[in-house]
Design a binder for this molecule. Structure first.
Ligand SMILES: Nc1nc2c(ncn2[C@@H]2O[C@H](COP(=O)(O)OP(=O)(O)OP(=O)(O)O)[C@@H](O)[C@H]2O)c(=O)[nH]1
Ligand SMILES: [Mg+2]
Length: 450
């Protein structure tokens, strides 16, 4: 583990009210005292820990800024090392100069996520809590925020550690079966083991909630699809409550994807309006149609829009047939006399929900919004949120399943290898067992200064 002193700008780049330079490591106090002169105090007196000081930042000759600074002596700091933070006026030039002099005084520029990495390596937080810090910074909705706070409070470790302890017990039981085969009957030994493993597999599988994890990290991706002129762009505008997309009576108005965001039930919902899908000779429109199809393929949920004031066309039917994933059929233009034959729609897609709406009357969109809310529902008990954690949990389940089948084949030695592999996968989640490569992967996603 590196034991040098690191420094970085902890606030976002650009101008702002204040910016913060953060320094962590054994030289933090020395560097602070050589660049910061507290006002009204003699520079020789050691600064009091956790006390904000007013003074000026200097390169030894000139004043760089009037500022505030605080020293937090180890272990009561974010990294559990000595940490100094200097609050400067938030101008790009001032802050870069401030950082420059700290580096000149002996600090090294911190890598991405290095402060949090040190907090982890010094045992202040586990790996899932470190990831929660990142989730909290990037949270864009209430649900993502709530999940991050739960994780910061040890949600993942609180769930995984008891499972890991239970697995250790089972491992010990298996070892006893292997060492004293005469004294423990198969019935007794492997029977208990099998039950215990099945229970662990069940609990882990319940926690592998891919849908919720995706919702928290990338929001609900909704594609608005349909043939030209059915009112896709009008619906986007009505849902967003603003004139985002161009609407005209000319079929083929939208040529490119148009995105808009709304919050539903504390989850970010990203709506993508697309070019109307039809056969066309126009090369620009054809590219638009290809983009519509790829947006459709990548969406979590598709809103297939039909024009209720017209009869169903062959294009509509073909789109309905392709609506195989998660989707809702929207029958639009309900303010006009209806011509569509809903039985025909039902014959092709009986299993899909149908909602009648009018983009001209936003009040008709309530039921659609309620449906979206259901798709965006996230479990309140979510223990694992990061894709990395889900992946490790999935591997642990696989190893336990392998162990179960080796037990069936009466090869307990092999089962014990599988159980150890499952144990290792579980400890990756909390970082109780984490190699440099794993840490690099986790912390490289952070920003510098965090
Ligand atoms: N009466 C009525 N007209 C609507 C409704 N929704 C859309 N329209 C009209 O239908 C026409 C087409 O609307 P758009 O929203 O541009 O349709 P689109 O599906 O985006 O069309 P493309 O971009 O060409 O694929 C416009 O003249 C809209 O005013 C509705 O609910 N009621
Ligand atoms: Mg359009």
């Amino acid at each position: 583990m590196k034991n040098d002193t690191i420094a970085a700008i902890a606030t976002a780049p650009g101008t702002g009210g204040i910016s913060i330079i953060r320094i962590s490591g054994p030289e933090a106090e020395k560097i602070l005292r050589s660049v910061f002169i507290p006002s009204g105090m003699t520079a020789e007196a050691p600064p009091e820990s956790h006390r904000m000081m007013y003074g000026r930042l200097t390169d030894g000759r000139d004043t760089i800024d009037e500022c505030m600074a605080v020293l937090m002596r180890a272990p009561k700091s974010y990294t559990r090392e000595d940490v100094a933070e200097i609050q400067l006026h938030g101008g790009d030039f001032v802050v870069r100069q401030g950082l420059e002099i700290c580096l000149h005084e002996g600090a090294r520029l911190a890598d991405a996520g290095e402060f949090t990495r040190r907090a982890f390596l010094n045992g202040r937080i586990d790996l899932s809590q470190a990831e929660a810090v990142m989730d909290l910074i990037s949270a864009r909705g209430e649900q993502a925020h709530r999940a991050a706070i739960r994780q910061m409070n040890g949600g993942a470790a609180g769930f995984i550690r008891p499972l890991s302890d239970r697995l250790y017990e089972l491992q010990a039981g298996l070892a006893a079966c292997i060492d004293y085969p005469e004294e423990i009957s198969d019935e007794e030994g492997t029977g208990m083991l099998r039950k215990g493993l099945q229970d662990l597999v069940r609990r882990l599988e319940e926690a592998i909630d891919e849908h919720s994890s995706r919702l928290i990290h990338r929001g609900l991706q909704v594609a608005i699809i349909g043939r030209p002129n059915v009112g896709k762009s009008s619906l986007l505008n009505a849902l967003l409550g603003e004139e985002r997309a161009i609407v005209t009576s000319v079929p083929g108005t939208t040529r490119d994807m148009i995105r808009g965001e709304m919050m539903i039930g504390g989850i970010r919902v990203e709506l993508t309006d697309t070019a109307g899908i039809r056969e066309t000779d126009d090369p620009v429109e054809r590219i638009g149609v290809e983009r519509s199809e790829s947006t459709w393929k990548n969406a979590d949920l598709t809103l297939l829009v039909l024009d209720g004031s017209r009869e169903l066309t062959e294009e509509d039917k073909s789109l309905l047939k392709d609506l195989t994933g998660e989707g809702i059929v929207l029958i639009n233009k309900a303010d006009l006399p209806g011509k569509i034959d809903e039985d025909e729609v039902n014959a092709i897609r009986p299993e899909k929900k149908r909602i009648t709406v009018s983009a001209k009357e936003p009040d008709t969109l309530h039921r659609l919004k309620d449906e979206l809310k259901q798709y965006a529902a996230v479990s309140d008990q979510l223990a694992l949120t990061q894709p990395r954690q889900l992946d490790a949990a999935r591997r642990a389940v696989q190893h336990m399943r392998d162990a179960l089948s080796t037990l069936d084949a009466f090869t307990p030695d092999m089962a014990s290898t599988d159980l150890q592999a499952a144990q290792d996968a579980l400890s990756e989640i909390t970082g109780d067992r984490a190699d440099e490569k794993l840490l690099d992967r986790v912390f490289s996603q952070f920003c510098v200064g965090k």
